[in-house]
Design a protein around this ligand. Structure first.
Ligand SMILES: [Fe+2]
Length: 192
């Protein structure tokens, strides 16, 4: 299941070229050559025993939006978490060793939406999402800051980073397949 994970390359997140006229609400990173890794993650999630979901949060619209899985149940996620932390270190200009990451799965079935929320509940300093599978028309990420509203069309293999206090939601999955992403929060490695 580790096939493909050795070729992952770190690349600093880039600004969205469509948003060069004002500071963007998000930054984009990528997991290069991660098709095999994403396929392994998709397969792992498809056959994940229900007991391996150790916690469920945000029961909205008839589903739990946040599914917490033990790292041991999904060891392939290590590459994604490592890349997320490395890119967060770049964005925050902090040593990677000073950061930790908390994560969860968001599986949007056909017809599901993700309701507007923020991630600033605790000591988060950067939030983000990594996309494992994004079928066409399965939902756009919408970031909202006051009157500003920016829509992003994600794709598999992409990270999107944003400030924890940014309100965001995902439009309805109008496709016939699940849309699978990993949400995460980056915080300090040690409490102040
Ligand atoms: Fe979120």
């Amino acid at each position: 299941m580790r096939r493909g994970t050795n070729s992952v390359i770190f690349s600093p997140p880039t600004k969205n070229p469509e948003n060069n006229f004002h500071p963007v609400l998000y930054q984009i990173g990528e997991c290069q050559d991660c098709d095999a890794l994403n396929a392994a993650l998709r397969a792992r999630i498809e056959f994940l025993p229900q007991n391996d979901i150790v916690r469920r949060h945000h029961y909205l619209g008839g589903r739990y939006e946040n599914l917490y899985v033990a790292f041991e149940s999904m060891p392939e996620i290590r590459v994604i978490l490592d890349l997320a932390t490395a890119q967060a270190a770049h964005i925050l200009n902090r040593p990677k060793k000073d950061l930790r990451v908390g994560w969860w799965l968001n599986i949007m079935r056909p017809g599901d939406i993700t309701f507007a929320h923020t991630h600033d509940a605790d000591d988060e300093i950067l939030s983000g999402v990594y996309y494992i599978d994004v079928p066409p028309d399965s939902g756009k990420l919408v970031l909202i800051d006051g009157v500003r509203r920016e829509e992003v069309q994600p794709q598999a293999g992409v990270f999107i980073f944003f400030a924890p206090e940014i309100l965001h939601e995902v439009t309805r999955n109008e496709s016939g397949r699940p849309r699978i992403s990993v949400g995460f929060n980056i915080g300090p490695a040690t409490a102040p």
